[in-house]
Design a protein around this ligand. Structure first.
Ligand code: DAH
Length: 352
């Protein structure tokens, strides 16, 4: 019996040390140490031996059991290490080889200009905020002091949503009809409804108007709205802010001029022109030989707007401005057709 145990020891040692992978090793473990394994069988027969032999053989068999389990464990470690080495070898990188070129995408020019403007205004304290594209007649017109008979409220100038049954009458309910916002000025109202002054915000986003698409018209385009409300906000602060914006966005020696204009939600209102960035003000086709390009509308917030949102118009003043992003991008990059922004032609987009 002792001899048999020694033979089994040698055999196990050989088979375990020549085992090539972890699966095989697991099988060997079952063969020797499993419930019906060879060592287990020996241990089971001990009871049948003469009482004198039992302790010695029992001790030897138990020793063998421990030896086999330690052979298996150390061989397992060896196999695991070599497996890791192999993996390392397989993924071993030659860092002297030239890398694979991953083509980098580029930002859409509309996103680029939008981000630029928000970033330029951020150090002045303007927080970027967003508002919904699906809006109410109240936020798009009523609260902005745009009277019911104003032509911009006509179905030819605004996309109304749903049918007349869904529309609520403004006199009984502030909401009015649902529509796709035709200007980001709606965000001024949403912010003032929810926050008290002082505040400084920029609100970029999409707007919609039923225009027939051509080189300069699109039924969806982007605007950026600005609003500042505080005690003693002045028109010269508005001018300073917009001059800074134009200098940062285009060039430090750009000139700006303000022309009187009319917007229902600002009083006084202006349009701002910049000196033509194509001809530097000398006169060219793009500026129709005037040397100037109109880029935005602005003004001092009309007291009626403050009354509507519940601000004290005797205590607070404010300025607002709004601009079309496509127009700015077309001027900045010399793009002649607005449709290029939405056609997704990679040859166009790659240039930014
Ligand atoms: N909402 C105007 C438009 O779509 C642009 C505008 C003009 C916004 C004057 C303003 C403003 O905030 O003060 O044409």
């Amino acid at each position: 019996m002792i001899k048999e145990i020694e033979k089994l020891n040698k055999e196990a040692q050989n088979s375990i040390s020549s085992c090539k992978n972890l699966n095989e090793l697991q099988e060997l473990k079952v063969t020797y140490l499993g419930k019906k394994g060879r060592i287990t069988n020996i241990l089971k027969t001990i009871g049948k031996l003469p009482a004198k032999q039992r302790p010695k053989i029992g001790q030897k068999a138990n020793e063998l059991k421990n030896k086999i389990s330690s052979y298996i464990n150390s061989h397992k470690k060896l196999l695991e290490n070599t497996k890791q080495e192999k993996i390392k070898e397989e993924i071993n990188l030659d860092i002297t080889l030239p890398g694979d070129k991953i083509p980098a995408g580029s930002k859409h020019p509309i996103s680029k200009i939008t981000e630029d403007i928000c970033e330029i205004l951020s150090p002045l304290g303007f927080k970027t905020v967003l508002g919904p594209e699906m809006e109410t007649e109240y936020h798009n017109f009523e609260a902005l002091n745009i009277p019911t008979e104003h032509p911009s409220r006509d179905v030819f100038d605004t996309f109304y949503l749903g049918n007349s049954k869904n529309a609520k009458v403004l006199e009984t309910n502030k909401t009015g009809k649902w529509l796709l916002r035709s200007q980001t000025s709606t965000v001024q109202i949403r912010i003032m409804e929810n926050y008290s002054p002082p505040l400084k915000i920029v609100a970029p986003g999409k707007v919609y108007r039923p225009d027939t698409p051509d080189a300069s018209h699109s039924f969806m385009f982007h605007q950026i709205e600005g609003l500042m409300v505080d005690k003693n906000v002045t028109f010269s602060q508005l001018k300073g802010t917009l001059l800074f914006l134009a200098q940062e966005l285009f060039t430090p020696d750009i000139k700006v001029r303000f022309r009187p204009h009319f917007f229902p939600f600002t009083e006084p209102s202006v349009e701002m022109d910049i000196s033509c960035i194509i001809c530097q003000g000398k006169g060219c086709r793009v500026c129709s030989n005037t040397g100037w390009l109109e880029i935005l509308g602005a003004g001092m917030v009309d007291p009626n707007v403050f009354k509507t949102v519940g601000y004290n118009h005797n205590k607070y003043t404010g300025f607002a401005f709004g601009m079309g992003v496509e127009r700015l991008a077309m001027l900045k990059y010399g793009i002649e057709d607005i449709r290029l922004f939405t056609e997704n032609d990679i040859r166009f987009l790659k240039q930014f």
